[in-house]
Design a protein around this ligand. Sequence first.
Ligand SMILES: Cc1cc2nc3c(=O)[nH]c(=O)nc-3n(C[C@H](O)[C@H](O)[C@H](O)COP(=O)(O)O)c2cc1C
Length: 344
Amino acid sequence: MLLYPLIRPLAFALDAERAHRLTIQALKLMRQHRPPDFPESLKTTVAGLEFPNPVGLAAGFDKDSEVPEQMLTLGFGFVEVGTVTPKPQEGNPKPRLFRLAKDRAVINRMGFNNQGQPAAYARLMEDMHLPGIIGVNIGTNKDSADRIADYVTGVKAMARVAKYLTINISSPNTPGLRQLQDEGSLRALLSAVQEAREPNGPPIFLKVAPDLGEGEPDQIVRVAIKHGIDAIIVANTTVSRPLLKSKYRDEAGGLSGAPLKQLAVKALRGFRSASGGELPLIGVGGITTADDAWERIRAGASLVQLYTAMVYEGPGIAARIARGLARRLDKEGMASIAEAVGTG
Ligand SMILES: Cc1cc2nc3c(=O)[nH]c(=O)nc-3n(C[C@H](O)[C@H](O)[C@H](O)COP(=O)(O)O)c2cc1C
């Protein structure tokens, strides 16, 4: 991982999507080791799952579940694969992924390109023996006539191979998807999901957008609790455009990375005050350092996830942040992450 500063200029000389594909291919060749050991203080239990550390890989990096084991080996405390849709689909025309290096950000309008749930299921079956936590993020096909039916299909299709499932209703790149966050639609969706899940099935998380209006977190939390959702992931990419310097700043799609941080923290605080700690929260968006992760935990997140910072800082980032969090706990005289959640 010390090599990353050397590799990065080569990767950045390539088109972003090509660099991503090559990264996945290179990871496939990586020798499998046991994941690193982390201090006891980082162990944390959320929704009945025991995480070795609270720093996860966010959805979208390993859409087709090609390298979850490698990402666990690199030190991620958990890996979320997907988004996978019932049928394979191409996604949007290329180019659809842009690095905004000056802003330490990415804009993407991938549009759920993926090989479909059956392909991911077959790969995940082979990973069933792994002790690590691999969650599966599910979505709907672009041409679906019944979006709710697609989520029901996803829950039924992927439950057996997922340690947790994420209902993703927050991608800005599937037209109309985010409308499922509206109260009536959300109620219909989550009651269908509740009916589809097996009593002994995995916990189900809900992933929301950071671009919500006043009062929306309250509505979402109320409906989520009523329908047995186990945690909320806050948040996906933003369609807003804070001040950006890079030439790709006006590309359409979802913005992630450093410029998303403030908005993601604000959204997380909104969900924490709406839930009062009754529902676990997972903080995502612009997390680059242990300080960022710590701020999210203090704001109410039981776990965190990241994606974009790995593009800029390299794959060792998860282990670095995790160890930084352990030092932070020591310094504050706290014995566990759970003790720090929501204290700020
Ligand atoms: C290229 C790219 C693809 C993504 N694809 C997905 C996806 O398929 N499903 C999903 O729920 N989130 C997806 N995301 C959003 C991330 O999971 C995360 O919520 C967001 O990027 C904010 O975190 P970050 O600033 O650490 O990247 C994607 C993000 C990027 C940059």
